[in-house]
Design a protein around this ligand. Structure first.
Ligand SMILES: [Zn+2]
Length: 318
């Protein structure tokens, strides 16, 4: 850049919006996390070339798009970028992602996030769910020691769907049938050990089969499972060499031997519910994503962007 161009650049900076200025500042400091991730992805493509479409390892460079390398597969002839198949594919307005993530980390609602980033609601919605998918995959793979299991219910919601298969429930209105009715409630099973490893899943029916399907290989032998004594939990313990402790709260039994209880999982549920409150009911089809987001926020102390990005990088690398 010649001195005249440089002077022009400096003059032009006064027209930057606050957001643009912040972005530029980050760029100059060399800590643009998005670029960092994209660099990582591109490096991975160099180290371990693989077509995301057919998994062939025979790929060629094929020009550049927005300064990003494009590739072409020799086998299926499709073109792709290093970001293809990752949450970063097809996202536009890269400079806004960081702002948007910051909003998500602050658990801001959609409308506030959209306003802060200067994007429309539809875009905000799309981004949210793209980013939300990331922590949704972060579930405990191993549960051990004293493990607590319990279910909690969320109101069924078709919020955001164009066609409702049934009459929408007005906010604040009581669902017609309380309890474990599949009509109005979506049960979420949470299994959490004392090391705060948390496994969660939307599980319409807690049965020995569904528990086995979800928890097999995750719960370590000789662990102790604490539950409300619902039959399938007991059967699951018998089948998997686990000690079962039944907490019959209605009979006043909240704690056994001073250490066996389900109060951690219940406290987790109440934090989850109060956090979910701000979204005024989430669509059931996205419930898993929100659960993942909360699991992530709840687990991380001193959460900041760098940690979220590190997590993303980790996931992209898996
Ligand atoms: Zn291919």
């Amino acid at each position: 850049m010649n001195p005249a161009q440089f002077n022009q650049l400096i003059t032009d900076t006064k027209y930057l919006t606050d957001k643009q200025a912040r972005y530029l500042e980050k760029l100059l400091q060399g800590d643009d996390p998005i670029k960092h991730i994209i660099d990582e992805l591109e490096q991975r493509m160099v180290d371990k070339p693989e077509c995301p479409h057919c998994h062939s390892t025979l790929i060629n460079r094929h020009g550049k798009v927005d300064e990003m390398q494009r590739y072409r597969c020799k086998n299926c002839t499709k073109t792709f970028m290093a970001t293809t198949g990752t949450p970063f594919a097809r996202l536009r307005h890269k400079e806004l992602w960081l702002d948007y993530l910051r909003c998500m980390l602050a658990s801001k609602v959609l409308r506030d996030s959209a306003a802060e980033c200067g994007i429309n609601l539809k875009t905000a919605f799309r981004w949210r769910h793209r980013f939300l998918k990331i922590p949704a995959t972060l579930k405990a793979k191993k549960l051990e020691g004293i493990i607590e299991a319990d279910e909690t219910l969320f109101a069924y919601s078709e919020k955001g769907s164009r066609q409702l298969s049934r009459r929408p429930r007005k906010r604040g209105m009581k669902a017609s049938k309380p309890g474990r009715s599949a009509q109005d409630w979506v049960p979420v099973l949470t299994v959490r050990d004392r090391g705060q490893h948390t496994f969660e899943v939307v599980l319409p029916h807690v049965t020995i089969e569904s528990l086995t399907r979800q928890l097999k290989g995750k719960v370590q032998k000789d662990s102790v499972l604490c539950s409300d004594g619902y039959k399938p939990y007991i059967k699951f313990c018998v089948k998997n060499d686990l000690i079962h402790k039944r907490l019959d709260v209605s009979a006043g039994i909240r704690v056994l031997d001073q250490v066996f209880h389900i109060q951690n999982v219940n406290a987790y549920h109440s934090r989850l519910k109060s956090w979910m409150g701000r979204f005024h009911g989430v669509a059931t089809k996205y419930l898993e994503n929100y659960l993942g987001w909360f699991r992530y926020l709840d687990a991380e102390e001193n959460l900041n962007e760098n940690r979220l990005f590190r997590t993303e990088q980790h996931l992209i690398g898996t």
